[in-house]
Design a protein. Structure first.
Length: 195
């Protein structure tokens, strides 16, 4: 019995020593991390940015895609305008007949008018969705081309981060020494012209 209490005391003392050692080792690790010993040297951590507004204004593929989207929107508006004009013409014909229309003709005109409104709304929704999908596809395509080129470009430059800057972004200061916009524009436009 006497030996059990001695054994337990030795075990407790050993455990306390082990915990003390673990705690002091953790404190040393925390000191190393807080002092910055494990940080990369500043020369190995390179950051760059490109100006998105300039890219949008001067990237040929972006301008062509924007022109394509505007043409599609214009075509949509022309088609809807044409439908509306033909419907207005039909309504004008009904108004001219006005009092000379029979009850059956008047009901038929009202039904046709309801169908015309439904057709117009249906076509407008369809064209709007098509335009939205087309615009989103173009945005995705542009983003993909930029990302692919930046990835290829960075193989030689070894930047840790390359940011896209636009006036509404979270960046409040940028040093123009790290602006790679002109390099990206040259490369993107050259790649686009090859295709």
């Amino acid at each position: 019995m006497k030996h059990i209490s001695t054994i337990l005391s030795v075990i407790a003392l050993g455990l306390a020593g082990f915990l003390f050692y673990q705690q002091s080792a953790q404190k040393q690790d925390i000191k190393k991390l807080s002092s910055g010993d494990n940080r990369l040297p500043a020369s190995e951590f390179k950051v760059a940015y490109f100006d998105m507004d300039t890219l949008e204004a001067h990237y040929d593929y972006f301008r062509d895609a924007l022109a394509q989207a505007k043409k599609k929107e214009s075509d949509m508006n022309n088609e809807l305008s044409s439908m509306e004009k033909s419907y207005q013409k039909k309504i004008a014909e009904w108004q001219q007949k006005g009092a000379n229309m029979t009850q059956a003709e008047s009901q038929q005109a009202q039904q046709e008018y309801g169908i015309m409104q439904q057709n117009y709304q249906s076509r407008k929704e369809s064209l709007t969705q098509e335009l939205y999908k087309n615009t989103e596809d173009l945005k995705t395509s542009i983003r993909k081309k930029i990302e692919e080129y930046v990835k290829e470009y960075n193989k030689q430059k070894n930047y840790a981060f390359i940011f896209a800057y636009d006036p509404s972004s979270f960046m409040y200061y940028r040093d123009t020494a790290y602006n790679i916009t002109s390099n990206l524009l040259d490369g993107l436009n050259t790649a686009y012209k090859k295709k």
